[in-house]
Design a protein around this ligand. Sequence first.
Ligand SMILES: Nc1ncnc2c1ncn2[C@@H]1O[C@H](COP(=O)(O)OP(=O)(O)OP(=O)(O)O)[C@@H](O)[C@H]1O
Length: 700
Amino acid sequence: MNGLQDIPRIGEKMAKRFQEHFGGEDRAMDAILSGDIASISEVEGVGQRYAISLVHEVRAQFEGVSMEDFLKTKEASDIYERLLDIIKQFTHTRYAKDKLHVYIPYPASKKALIEDIRKDVAGYMRTACVLGDNEELITLLSNVKALDVKCNPPKVRSRAILTADSKQYEVARQMFGDLLDVQFVKGAGEFVDTARGYSHVVAADDKCMAFDLPEDVDPEFIPDIRKANMWQIVPEKEIYFFARNLNTLECCIQMVEILRCSGICSLEDIADDDIERLKQTLSLIDGDGDVREGSDNRIDRLMMISRNVDNCVSETITAANVTLNSCLEESKLTLSGQDMLKVMNGKMEIKDLLEKELFHSYSSVIKTAKEKIVADLALERNELLSLDSFFSDEITYPLEVKQECLYSFKQQIVNQVEKLKVRHKCNIARTLSEFHDVAQRMVHEALDFDVGFSIGCFAKEFDLHLPDFIEGTGIAFESASNLFIRTRHGSVVPIDYSVGNTSYDPDGNGSRVVLLSGVNSGGKTSLLELVAQCVILAHMGFPTPAVNMEIGLAEEFYHFGKSKGTLDAGAFETTLVDFSVVANDSPKLVLADELESITEPGASAKIISGILEVLSENDNGMSIFVSHLSELILENTECNVRVDGIEASGLDKDLNLIVERTPRYNYVAKSTPELIVERLSRKSNGLEQDFYKRLQKKFK
Ligand SMILES: Nc1ncnc2c1ncn2[C@@H]1O[C@H](COP(=O)(O)OP(=O)(O)OP(=O)(O)O)[C@@H](O)[C@H]1O
């Protein structure tokens, strides 16, 4: 498989959508081959079902086997799905939830595959024992999201590349034009005018270096733009990927630390120091790709000035005007005769006299105002000059700030911030550019860790164990509990059972064909379900819900659920057709639940005995048939069929059946429907009770 269109069901149109979604064919192929169902589901026009079947199909081609090769009936597939649903409850990420679908049961002929998975699963189980209760790890894992790899940063508007060289201009436009303004300038004058429109500019050729530039134009010189790195010119581009995935990456780093501390391998080839360096570098940026507050004191101070300068100045001016006002109210001017003469002779202006009188108060108010601004904004020596220009030297009332000076001060701060941030971002981007692959691997590992961890936690929660594989045909378990009942009711009575050639075989006959008889509601269907769960999980390479278990792997698994009881000819015929498929000699496991309801009891018994005969002729086949007609079936067959029974001994004080859930071997248990009738009768009263009592009499 070389490309997307080699995959069945992916045509030209769909291939294009995959490429767009994953940002390239290789990435799309990786997602499909690695079973990243969650990401595939997000491709336009692809739902989760399609994604699952696509992944299954591709894997089937590689492995030469599909799920349907083993799970031969709808009921068998349903039990597999229900098992997956239980395991999914232990996942922490959507990725893991979806990816669990890549685990399927394999037939015996793929034992090597099953063994490989068992090895991995044994590791997952060990990990879950160590870390299954680690709340910190679980919280981190829940915060890990699939990487957003498509992200492109928004165009940077505050900076530009200027060049007077047409070749450099073309190159710069191609390399950076989507991310930054690139401007062609004809000479120094145009350079200065254009540069003043940006907070920071890159001068991209040596001609620019020869320009005589004013003090306020301070470009960064790059003699040959072709040799520049992305992190140097648009560090935002490199940083953006990390910023968009910041939370996930920070969680992954902490996860790696926890795993390493617990002695669990994680990203083996990456040194602790490198992980630490990535962690430190990420701590310098925020989720928008900006320099995180607290990572550079100079930037923080300038940002604080930028944020507060307007408020600070306006509050200071209000306070200064109050002081000035009271000064004015208290001020009086007494003219000496000499002064009067000077004014009359035109040697002195009355304005000068007034200014002289008020100057002291005015300058003291201005001084206090400036001191307050300096203190509140923590201004530094080089910024004081700008502050001086805020206020007029001439006395004015009310006191006002010169808006153009305030604006230019603010612009100066913004430009300084931009310059510092660019320098800072370049350093960050240069470091991060080394970690692009590491980051991707780290997140993939974390997500895949969740897949295995959920399997391990599932095993831990239900105390599952890997079964022993035996040669030949048979299945046996000790203390096995039905997972569906456990998840529904919390507790379950454990069961021991053996069919076929196992070391738990009760009589040494190695009976491979068994009829399970017994009391209504005794747990026959549940036992069959339990066998199905154990069979499917064992063939997946997963642990099973039994303390001890042996199983001979089979090639095919058939589970026929209880018929809905329709006696019409169509249903009967369909069931026979369904069963006809078991008539071959491949190693198979067949479970069937109360097949008798497809037609009247006499005929059913004959049909079932016929089917059992066919199955018993297959030395590699094993079957358990639940039936209330075991005696009738035995009458109709010559073949070696063992009958086991689940028996009830009565009702307890709460009117529950007292049942021995573990079947008795070689024992025909009665259906004892009279116990159910008795229960109903004791639970009811009046007319209803009379009805049940009448039925009860029939059993006496
Ligand atoms: N091992 C067990 N531990 C606890 N509860 C069980 C167990 N096995 C079965 N049950 C409960 O007993 C009830 C009846 O079980 P089930 O339907 O399997 O019986 P059945 O023998 O198939 O009944 P019927 O003959 O009426 O079809 C179910 O509610 C099930 O949850």
